[in-house]
Design a protein around this ligand. Structure first.
Ligand code: ZN
Ligand code: ZN
Length: 315
């Protein structure tokens, strides 16, 4: 509902000045009550590449006024790496730690148990094996490492841009369309074959580009994104709006970019908002920016995990 308010005042010369303003009613009420999206389901602790114990994040979530939160440690991957939960023994400790916290803070905040699972074809475990063996509330599916036809892995994440450039220039011999195409094909394959609850940072491949190697306005790039969105629509996955690229100053836009959010809204794709926190103080970072971007794209609700599964909540 849109409401119009008429203001008037006298200017210094005594003339009466009238001023009309229009507001979206719900937007106005939420601004007055300082209501923002108060949930985050994408959180990394010291069990993987986060800085602190899970309890430090729960305390930070309470300080930030969150109503619910979820942990999403990087699931173990069968290769030497510095980001994932080490092995199944550590995974067991992670789960038991979160379940204890859920009980201890039951009266203060709803805590959910998730994993961010990597998809690398032929290398990572099927997502179903995590669902079958562990008491998971949800899975975020993400592509951080792109497997190319020569079986080399292109690391598209992390703070070191030179790794992204080396993969592109050396392994892909500068064939940007092929490299970016491999990323999106791997992402589509993950969505269709593994069916995560949430698709993590959908267009993260752009993060280290900074306009240097390709433009997101080029038709070939848009075609790759749109093909992926069709896979998402077909499978009913939720896409997260991930704010980390902006607050870490690594990306000029959210993951996914505003133009993709508009396409998603047109298609009827469900969304949630995540900070992808790696430190307690990042637990609610820029959730309001994610919410505003969704509203600008035409969304009026985002999905939140509850004891009854994923439910829509008004933005
Ligand atoms: Zn990720
Ligand atoms: Zn993450």
């Amino acid at each position: 509902m849109v409401i119009a308010l008429l203001f008037y005042y006298r200017d210094p010369s005594g003339i009466l000045v009238f001023h009309f303003s229009c507001f979206n009613f719900h937007y106005l009420v939420r601004k007055i009550l300082l209501i923002v999206f108060r949930h985050n389901f994408h959180t990394h602790t010291s069990y993987c590449d986060g800085s602190s114990s899970p309890e430090a994040y729960v305390k930070a979530a309470l300080d930030a006024g969150l109503l619910s939160m979820g942990f999403s440690g990087h699931a173990p991957v069968p290769m030497e790496n510095g980001f994932a939960i080490r092995d199944d023994k550590a995974l067991k400790e992670y789960f038991s730690d979160i379940v204890s916290l859920r009980e201890a803070y039951r009266k203060d905040i709803a805590i959910y148990l998730g994993l961010e699972v990597d998809y690398i074809p032929g290398i990572t475990r099927p997502f179903g094996s995590f669902r079958e063996n562990w008491p998971l509330d949800y899975i975020i599916g993400s592509v951080h490492l792109v497997r190319n036809p020569e079986n080399k892995l292109w690391f598209i994440d992390g703070p070191d841009r030179s790794l992204w450039i080396d993969g592109l220039v050396i392994d892909y011999k500068g064939d940007v369309k092929k490299a970016v195409g491999d990323y999106y094909h791997q992402l589509c394959e993950m969505v269709e074959q593994q069916r995560p609850d949430i698709v993590g940072h959908l267009d993260k491949v752009k993060m280290h580009n900074h306009g240097a190697y390709f433009s997101e306005d080029e038709p070939w790039y848009k075609d790759l994104v749109m093909a992926c969105l069709h896979s998402v629509l077909k499978t009913g996955c939720i896409v997260e709006v991930n704010t980390r690229g902006i607050y870490k100053k690594r990306s000029e836009s959210l993951f996914p970019a505003p133009w993709i959010l508009k396409e998603m809204k047109q298609m009827g794709i469900a969304v949630t908002i995540s900070s992808d926190a790696h430190k307690p103080e990042e637990i609610a970072m820029l959730l309001d920016v994610g919410s505003s971007a969704l509203q600008a794209a035409g969304y009026s609700e985002a999905y939140v995990f509850t004891s009854n599964g994923w439910q829509a909540e008004a933005l």
